[in-house]
Structures are given as structure tokens and as C-alpha cells.
Design a binder for this molecule. Structure first.
Ligand code: APR
Length: 308
């Protein structure tokens, strides 16, 4: 199986390392426009293959044609935000990059599934679908798994339990207007409201919404990269192994949740072919209003991309 990683920056490099450690992809392509960067990272990881016990073949390259025949492609190419920037500030810079890459993928890897990580995530996923011409199930954005993971972590800290004991759900656009869904969040099956007051939950949820910003503020030089890489890689595996993984991802909506022609963070099933199903759940009026606000923001971004 062949995985291609477009962008060999912070997230791309970790993705290549995760794939090498995992030993399931025979071919790992790391592509970037910066000369030497993908080659250097691929070589560095390759030096550890005998110790890892991995037979994966890594290739770092500046030739996009190397992605030919990929089963799955993860796109992190673009610019990451700096302190005091929102993800939306990256719109036009990254749209140009995603547009070029999407056109290349259409011709070079027409059977691949694309996982988009580049921000602003939901809008970039929409653009990738348009530029590849792929059916909507074959393009998916990585965000909900990460946002839900962040919710699990902050709750686990607050409660003094392991993050793996907590199932948390965050829906909506990948921005500060994302929507943590309390009634679908539990500690080993027990409702989260049994453990925390509404006020305490509100505080945790505010932190979740700003979690990416919290990392950014500490790092100063770029945004989060370990956790986005882990989540994107987990999605890639669910797809190539046809796991039917129930998770949250940015999926194309065609009427679900009352939304059309938009990529948006929703519960879904990932497996062979990409997004097998979008799951619709009952939400409170407050949650629906919050989701609609988030969707309005994404729609405005998408409108600005119609002529890109
Ligand atoms: N083709 C391939 N790679 C490109 C292109 C292009 N046209 N344009 C830029 N790149 C590369 C850059 O050279 C850089 O190596 O994309 C890489 C991006 O890496 P980083 O700047 O380290 O960013 P990273 O932290 O990996 O985040 C990537 O994911 O989470 C989002 O907001 C984040 O949009 C950002 C993306």
C-alpha cells in the first residue's frame, strides 16, 4: 500500500515517521516544494528503519509525480498560522496551494482518498473536492477527531481520570465556533453532567475551542503538529483497512443537518472509499443554533473560493 504525504513540514514529517513506525505501508512518499526538506526527513527516518524493524520504503521528493498510484494522500501543504492569526487568515494563501495540488492529484492519483489537514480546514476540503473532481466521500478533512480528543484531554485533567476513559464529541467547523456536545460526552458510559456542573463544563469547553490557539501561543513559531498528525494518520488507517471507524471528521454535506454544499465536522463512518456514511444525531436547540453559526462562517469562506 502506498501513502503520500503532501507537505513535509511539522505535520508531514511526523506523519512519515508514524507511517514508518507502523510498518503497514510499503511505500511512503514525502513531497514538498522546498528542496532538501522532504529528502532530508525521509533519509533521517530511513536511518531508523532497521531498529524499528520496518521494511517501508520512504522517498522524499520535490517531484509531485511520485504520488502516482497512491491509495491515500494526506495534505498538509501550506502555511501554518502564527500567534494572533485565525485559521481563516490563511484562506487565500493556502487556497492557491490546495488548488494546484488538487489539480495534480486528479491526474496522478485518480483512485486515491484525500485527507485534508491544511487550514482553514473545512474550506480547504471543499476546494480539494472541487479541484480533484472526486466524489464527495473521497475527500475528508481532519478536525473533529482532534477537537474531540482535546475535549477528552481537558476533561480527563479536570476529573483525574485517563483520557481513554472519556468519550467526547465536538462538531462543527474547525474554528473557535466549534460545538462541544455535552449530552454525547461521557466517562466510561456515565454522562459527563454527573461529574461536572454546567459552569465547569463551560470553562472546559471554552478551553477546547481555543486549544489550537493555546498551543500556538506557547510554540510561537507555528501551530500544533503532533496531535494533528496522529489523528490524520488514524483516519488514513481506518480508510485503507476498511475499519468502519465511527469518528468525527469534516465531511461533505448534501442536506444532512440542514446544510448543503459545505464541508463540516460531523459524526461519520470511515472505511473503504473514505466517508461511508454521515451520521445524523439529535441535538438541542442551543446546539443547532451554535452549529448554524459555525456553518455560516464556513459558507462565507467557501463563497470566496468559488473563483479560485
Ligand atoms: N506543495 C507542497 N508543499 C508545500 C507547498 C506546495 N505547493 N506549499 C507549501 N508547502 C509546504 C511548505 O514548504 C512546508 O514544508 O507545506 C509545509 C507546511 O509545513 P509547516 O509550515 O511546518 O506547517 P504544519 O505545522 O505542518 O501545518 C500544515 O496544517 O494544521 C494545518 O494550519 C496548519 O495549514 C497548516 C498545515
Amino acid at each position: 500500500m502506498k501513502i503520500s504525504l503532501i507537505g513535509a513540514g511539522q505535520i508531514g514529517g511526523i506523519l512519515a515517521f508514524l507511517a514508518a513506525l507502523d510498518r503497514v505501508f510499503s511505500e511512503i512518499i514525502l513531497y514538498d516544494v522546498v528542496e532538501g526538506l522532504p529528502q532530508g526527513k525521509a533519509l533521517d527516518i530511513s536511518h531508523s528503519l532497521s531498529v524499528i524493524g520496518s521494511s517501508s520504503r520512504l522517498k522524499g521528493t520535490n517531484e509531485i509525480s511520485e504520488i502516482t498510484g497512491s491509495d491515500v494522500i494526506i495534505i498538509t501543504a501550506g502555511v501554518a498560522r502564527k500567534p494572533n492569526m485565525s485559521r481563516d487568515d490563511l484562506l487565500f494563501t493556502n487556497a492557491k496551494i490546495i488548488s494546484d495540488i488538487g489539480t495534480q492529484i486528479k491526474h496522478l492519483a485518480p483512485d486515491s482518498i484525500c485527507i485534508v489537514v491544511t487550514n482553514p480546514l473545512d474550506a480547504m476540503s471543499w476546494l480539494m473536492m472541487k479541484k480533484t473532481g472526486f466524489q464527495s466521500n473521497r475527500v475528508v478533512g481532519m478536525a473533529g477527531m482532534l477537537d474531540s480528543g482535546r475535549y477528552s484531554f481537558y476533561l480527563s485533567e479536570k476529573l483525574g481520570v485517563s483520557p481513554v476513559s472519556i468519550e467526547a464529541l465536538v462538531l462543527g467547523g474547525h474554528g473557535d465556533d466549534m460545538v462541544p456536545v455535552r449530552h454525547c460526552t461521557n466517562v466510561n458510559g456515565l454522562p459527563i453532567s454527573n461529574f461536572l456542573s454546567d459552569d465547569d463544563l463551560e470553562k472546559v469547553e471554552d478551553r477546547v475551542k481555543n486549544a489550537g490557539g493555546e498551543v500556538l501561543k506557547l510554540l510561537q513559531t507555528g501551530s500544533a503538529f503532533f496531535s494533528p498528525a496522529v489523528c490524520a494518520y488514524r483516519m488514513a488507517k481506518a480508510i485503507v483497512f476498511d475499519e468502519n471507524l465511527a469518528t468525527v471528521a469534516s465531511c461533505y454535506l448534501n442536506g444532512e443537518y440542514g446544510l448543503t454544499d459545505i464541508f463540516f465536522g460531523v459524526p461519520c463512518i470511515l472505511g473503504k472509499g473514505g466517508v461511508k456514511k454521515v451520521l445524523e444525531i439529535n441535538l438541542s436547540e442551543r446546539e443547532i443554533n451554535q452549529l448554524n453559526l459555525s456553518a455560516e462562517r464556513i459558507k462565507k469562506l467557501i463563497e470566496q473560493l468559488r473563483n479560485v
